[in-house]
Design a protein around this ligand. Structure first.
Ligand code: NAD
Length: 369
C-alpha cells in the first residue's frame, strides 16, 4: 500500500470541527489496521480563518491546498460573521479555494441506505436501493458568464443580465468526467440540457455525442432539464450517472438530495483537471453547512463527512476497497439501529456524534476481520 498521502484538513466552523474529529478516528484506524499512512496538515478556512488572520482563505491555506493530494473540509459560516460585507464572508473562502484549485467537476452522489429509505419524501419502493451520481459543471455557465449585472435603461426601467456561455472544451472535460464515472459504475450516462431552447446546450449535446465513441461501454442518453426534474421524482432509479451544467446541476442535485432523506448523510467531491500523471486537485466536503443551531452540542451527524472521506479514498487514491469498507460500515451501523438526532426514527437508538464515530470504528474492525 503506498504511504504518505498528503491531506489538508480544513475543519472550518460550527459543526465542521466536530464531524472532522470523527474522520480523524477513521484515519487513525486505517493507519493502525490497514497500513495506510496519511500525512495530514490542518489549515484555517471560513470564519475560523477570519478570526485568526482577517481572511477567509489565508495564503498559507491556499498554498497547503495546492501542494496536498486532496483536501477534506468540514463546513464554513455562521451568525458570528453574517454582518461582514459580502466579499469578506466565510463562504468566500470556499468559493475562493474552488476557483484557485480549478475544481470544475462537482460529484454529488444520492444514495439511499436501506435503513433510511423511510426518511425519503418518496415512496419506499421508488427509492430503496437508489444510487445516482450527479456530475455538475462548477466553474462555468450562467453563474460566471459575461456580460452580467443590472443596468438602468433610458426610460428608467432596470434590466438584469446573466449570460449562459460554455466553450466546447469546457463541455468536453466535464463530459469525460461523466463518461469515466459511468464506465466504473452502471454504464449509463444521462446528459441533461435544454437543447430545445438554449443554443449553448445544443452545442453541449453535440459535444457529448462527439466524445461518446471513446466510451463504447457507456450508453449515452439526453434529457431536457424540465423532464429530468420530473423523472427524478417519478422514477429516480432510471438514472446512473447524470452530467449537466452549473445551474441545472445546482438545482437537480438538491432535488436528488431530498430523495435520500437527510442532509447529514450527503457527501460530495469537487475535482480539477488531471495532469499528465493523472493527478487531480480535489476537495471533498459534506453537502451540509456549519449547522450553527446544533454546533457545540455533540449531536451532529458525522456520516456525510466520513462518506466524503470515503469518496476521497476512491477518487483521489483509487482505494476502492477501503472506500467500500467505510461505506459498508456506515450502512451496517444504520442497519443496527443507531441514529443521530437528524435521522432519528421511533424505535431506534439516538446517539451522539462521538458514539456514531465509535460505532463506525467497531464496524470497520468487524469488516476487516
Ligand atoms: P446547514 O446545512 O448548516 O443546516 C440546515 C439544517 O440541517 C440545520 O437545522 C442543521 O442543524 C441541520 N444539519 C446540517 N448538517 C447536519 C448534520 N451533519 N447533522 C445534523 N444536522 C445537520 O444550512 P444553513 O442552516 O442554511 O446554513 C448554516 C451556515 O452554514 C450558514 O452560514 C451557511 O452559509 C453555511 N453553509 C455552508 C456550507 C458549506 O460550508 N459548504 C453549505 C451550506 C451552508
Amino acid at each position: 500500500m503506498p504511504a504518505n498521502k498528503k491531506l489538508l484538513f480544513l475543519p472550518g466552523d460550527g459543526i465542521g470541527p466536530e464531524v472532522m474529529t470523527q474522520v480523524r478516528r477513521v484515519i487513525d484506524w486505517m493507519d493502525n489496521k490497514r497500513q495506510v499512512s496519511f500525512d495530514i496538515t490542518e489549515g484555517l478556512i471560513g470564519g475560523a480563518a477570519i478570526d485568526a488572520t482577517g481572511s477567509s482563505l489565508p495564503d498559507e491555506t491556499l498554498a497547503d491546498a495546492k501542494s496536498a493530494d486532496a483536501v477534506l473540509m468540514g463546513a464554513v459560516g455562521g451568525p458570528k460573521w453574517e454582518k461582514l460585507p459580502f466579499e469578506q464572508q466565510p463562504e468566500r473562502g470556499l468559493l475562493g479555494i474552488r476557483k484557485e484549485l480549478g475544481l470544475f467537476a462537482n460529484l454529488r452522489p444520492a444514495i439511499v441506505f436501506d435503513a433510511l429509505a423511510d426518511a425519503s419524501s418518496l415512496k419506499l419502493d421508488l427509492v430503496k436501493g437508489l444510487d445516482i451520481m450527479i456530475v455538475r459543471e462548477l466553474t462555468g455557465g450562467i453563474y460566471f458568464g459575461e456580460p452580467r449585472g443590472i443596468e438602468v435603461l433610458p426610460d428608467g426601467r432596470r434590466k438584469g443580465i446573466n449570460t449562459l456561455t460554455y466553450t466546447s472544451d469546457e463541455v468536453e472535460r466535464i463530459g469525460r468526467v461523466g463518461f469515466d464515472l459511468a464506465e466504473k459504475r452502471g454504464g449509463k450516462l444521462c446528459s441533461i440540457d435544454k437543447a430545445n431552447v438554449l443554443e449553448t446546450t445544443v452545442m453541449w449535446r453535440e459535444v457529448m455525442e462527439s466524445i461518446k465513441g471513446d466510451y463504447p461501454g457507456v450508453e449515452l442518453s439526453h434529457m431536457y432539464v424540465d423532464n429530468a426534474a420530473m423523472q427524478l421524482v417519478r422514477n429516480p432509479k432510471q438514472f446512473d450517472v447524470v452530467v449537466t451544467t452549473n445551474m441545472f446541476g445546482d438545482i437537480l442535485s438538491d432535488c436528488a438530495a431530498m430523495l435520500t432523506g437527510s442532509l447529514g448523510m450527503l457527501p460530495s467531491a469537487s475535482l480539477g483537471e488531471a495532469d499528465a500523471s493523472g493527478r487531480r486537485a480535489a476537495l471533498y466536503e459534506p453537502v451540509h453547512g456549519s449547522a450553527p443551531d446544533i454546533a457545540g452540542q455533540g449531536i451532529a451527524n458525522p456520516l456525510a463527512t466520513i462518506l466524503s472521506f470515503s469518496m476521497l479514498l476512491r477518487y483521489s487514491f483509487d482505494m476502492a476497497d477501503d472506500a467500500d469498507m467505510i461505506d459498508k460500515a456506515a450502512e451496517n451501523v444504520l442497519a443496527g439501529g443507531l441514529r443521530t438526532a437528524d435521522i432519528m426514527e421511533e424505535g431506534k437508538a439516538r446517539v451522539s456524534t462521538e458514539t456514531m464515530g465509535e460505532a463506525i470504528i467497531s464496524e470497520l474492525e468487524k469488516l476487516a476481520g
